[in-house]
Design a protein. Structure first.
Length: 437
């Protein structure tokens, strides 16, 4: 199996983390899946991903003290493989894991994903539990000097035959459940070790090998970032997505900084290989963190975020409670013209970036389409001027004299005047055009 065929387009979906943190339940997952199937699926949204600690007993019950309860009980089978907490995922009580939930998601025409931490459960190592397909026990597979700095659940896995057997058995189990997508955490950048922030590279390779052996196409997403640009070839070889940022939230300074990150990674977007700008913090967020809030992003900032993610070619993952989506946010997420830029056929290029503005263009070599986007990064409405000769992707010009322009959010039409384009986006907002030469 060629992993690049698992995700020919940047994955689009929903992830439970931004709203539920560690507290998501089976019923909540189903409710969000029902909403996606009814309102978003036809626009390309298809993944439903259960995020962190679905295996932890009592997760979220001490949120005033801990995000992740230290050394809490976990649900696990005899072969050191974590299982869903039956209190939150009752359909797993018969020992079939996420099979019934995955079947439900698939019945809606959607795909099912889960979050995992890299490594093997610490409790499995401490109790010398078995590894399926190996005579070696978990204590010999675990590397106690390889840990996550913010989550206490796992030890890293040694680069051994028994370690590979553990990952092989894990991926075969997930394949049997019907998993289509895995978000593996504490692996893209192990920055607890500043002298070796890519210390888990062998575990990325082991995961990729295990997926190739499991008999099911499973998209592999790596977190957290920032991904290391000097290892771009390694991410591209073994994964489908890799985070280019740490956790992204609804703060303007984080969004403004993303222009620098996207410029760094703009030439590394390809079929099955997607630098990941992280989730879209839209709508209602934060209930599992102890306080629910509506996104702090203004409507203009929301346009900027979605335009940049689509133009750049990042996966799109929603973190909100979908059943609470308002009409304006739903319209934002179902704009076919903006979403049409979200393809690796559409090659992006950042023309300029300073503290006040950013200009991007893109060329789709398959359809022949050209796009140009103007981002106002300042705190006031301003006019941005651009010479059309600067709008090109490689040798391909993206605009010519007298070209017609259709703005993809407002649908308003205008044209190039002479050799320049002048537009006036609102503060923190953008204008993005399809260019017809």
């Amino acid at each position: 199996m060629n992993k690049n065929n698992f995700a020919p387009l940047p994955p689009m979906g929903w992830n439970s983390y931004d709203y539920y943190d560690t507290t998501v339940t089976e019923n909540a997952v189903k409710a969000n899946a029902d909403y996606m199937a009814a309102h978003l699926k036809e626009f390309g949204w298809e993944y439903i991903v259960v995020d962190i600690e679905w295996y932890a007993i009592g997760a979220g019950s001490m949120r005033d003290q801990f995000q992740y309860i230290p050394f809490a009980d976990v649900a696990m089978d005899e072969f050191s493989r974590l299982q869903p907490d039956p209190a939150r995922f009752p359909s797993s009580a018969d020992g079939t894991g996420f099979t019934h939930l995955a079947d439900y998601i698939h019945s809606l025409g959607l795909k099912f994903g889960i979050h995992i931490m890299r490594g093997i459960p610490r409790t499995a190592a401490h109790n010398h539990c078995k590894i399926k397909g190996s005579n070696v026990t978990a204590d010999m597979v675990a590397n106690p000097s390889s840990i996550c700095g913010w989550n206490p659940d796992m030890y890293g896995v040694r680069d051994t035959e028994a370690g590979q057997a553990y990952y092989d058995s894990l991926m075969k189990l997930y394949a049997s459940w019907g998993v289509d997508f895995i978000k593996c955490d504490d692996i893209c950048n192990t920055n607890i070790y500043p002298a070796n922030p890519y210390s888990a590279r062998h575990e990325i390779e082991m995961l990729a090998k295990a997926i190739a052996r499991c008999g099911r196409p499973i998209v592999l997403s790596l977190s957290p970032g920032p991904a290391l640009i000097e290892h771009a070839w390694h991410y591209e070889t073994y994964a489908n997505m890799w985070r280019i940022t740490d956790d992204f939230w609804d703060k303007w300074d984080l969004l403004k900084d993303m222009f620098h990150r996207c410029e760094l990674w703009q030439n590394h977007v390809a079929k099955g290989c997607y630098p990941d700008c992280d989730m879209l913090p839209l709508g209602w967020l934060g209930k599992g963190f102890g306080h629910e809030w509506y996104t702090n992003f203004t409507p203009e900032e929301q346009h900027t975020m979605l335009t940049l993610w689509c133009l750049f070619g990042s996966p799109l993952m929603l973190g909100c409670e979908l059943t609470k989506l308002d009409d304006a946010t739903l319209a934002l997420l179902t704009n076919r013209d903006v979403l049409s830029m979200l393809t690796p056929d559409c090659k992006p290029h950042q023309v300029c970036l300073d503290d006040e503005k950013a200009i991007w263009c893109a060329h789709n070599a398959v359809t022949g389409e050209h796009f140009a986007a103007f981002f106002n990064l300042s705190d006031e409405t301003q006019t941005i001027h651009c010479d059309i000769e600067t709008l090109h992707v490689g040798d391909e010009p993206c605009a010519h004299k007298d070209a017609s322009l259709t703005e993809l959010w407002s649908k308003e039409k205008t044209s190039v005047s002479g050799s320049a384009i002048s537009v006036t986006p609102p503060a923190h907002g953008c204008l993005v055009f399809r260019v017809e030469n």
